[in-house]
Design a protein around this ligand. Structure first.
Ligand SMILES: [Ca+2]
Ligand SMILES: [Ca+2]
Length: 223
């Protein structure tokens, strides 16, 4: 941009040499029967060149600016999705079963979140701290043992890495509920939700239980 400004100033401002040349030219044309029209033509020729250069430089600057704006505005994540580490995250505040929540994520070309490292877990906990209203206000993640009990699989079919488990104390417990509490889960708990109890914030829960959810998908590629 500095180069462009300098260029415009240089084009729009007559240099000392040009001024001197014009003055000399003008004094020569003051003689009787002078060739003033010719000098005028020369000046208008120079002026036209300047205008052309000025227009060109303005167009060039507009193109450069447009490119810059396009790059900055390039949507890495759609509206409502939060960018982090090359991924986009959607925190759905609508509560539904694990399967229904997963369908909602997939309908937005994502899936329930797969947590691949400690940093991602830290990010999600920090975001949920701002979003949770109470300790039970938890979110589904893309982890389940519904195919085979105690064999935890992410929605991308990868096995849960033993070094990257963030279970709460006492979880997973595959709890079957308590009829007296009105909670009866004969199939146990096969889906995972997370909260904000430090990093160890996962617990298994009945997949039919209505929970909020976290969707994830890759960032959009910039053109
Ligand atoms: Ca289970
Ligand atoms: Ca549990």
């Amino acid at each position: 941009m500095y180069i462009y400004v300098y260029f415009c100033v240089a084009v729009a401002t007559p240099s000392a040499d040009e001024t001197t040349y014009s003055n000399v030219n003008y004094s020569k044309t003051q003689r009787p029967g002078s060739k003033q029209p010719a000098a005028s033509n020369r000046r208008s020729g120079v002026t036209s060149e300047r205008v052309a250069l000025l227009v060109l430089s303005v167009l060039l600057a507009a193109a450069v600016t447009a490119l810059g704006v396009t790059h900055e505005a390039c949507p890495r994540c759609e509206d409502g999705w939060e960018p982090h580490g090359g991924k986009c995250y959607f925190f759905s505040l609508f509560t539904s079963s694990w399967n229904q929540s997963r369908r909602q994520c997939r309908s937005m070309r994502g899936d329930l979140v797969v947590i691949n490292n400690r940093e991602e877990q830290e990010f999600l906990v920090s975001r949920l701290m701002e979003k949770m209203d109470n300790p039970e206000d938890k979110f589904w993640i893309g982890l389940t043992d519904s195919k085979k009990e105690d064999e935890w699989l992410w929605v991308d079919n990868t096995r849960l890495d033993p070094r990257l488990k963030f279970w709460r104390d006492g979880e997973p417990d595959n709890w079957t509920g308590s009829k007296s509490d009105g909670e009866d889960y004969p199939d146990g708990e096969d889906c995972v939700r997370m909260g904000v109890e430090y990093l160890q914030s996962w617990s298994d829960k009945s997949c039919e239980s209505p929970q909020k959810s976290i969707c994830e998908k890759p960032e959009e590629a910039c053109p």
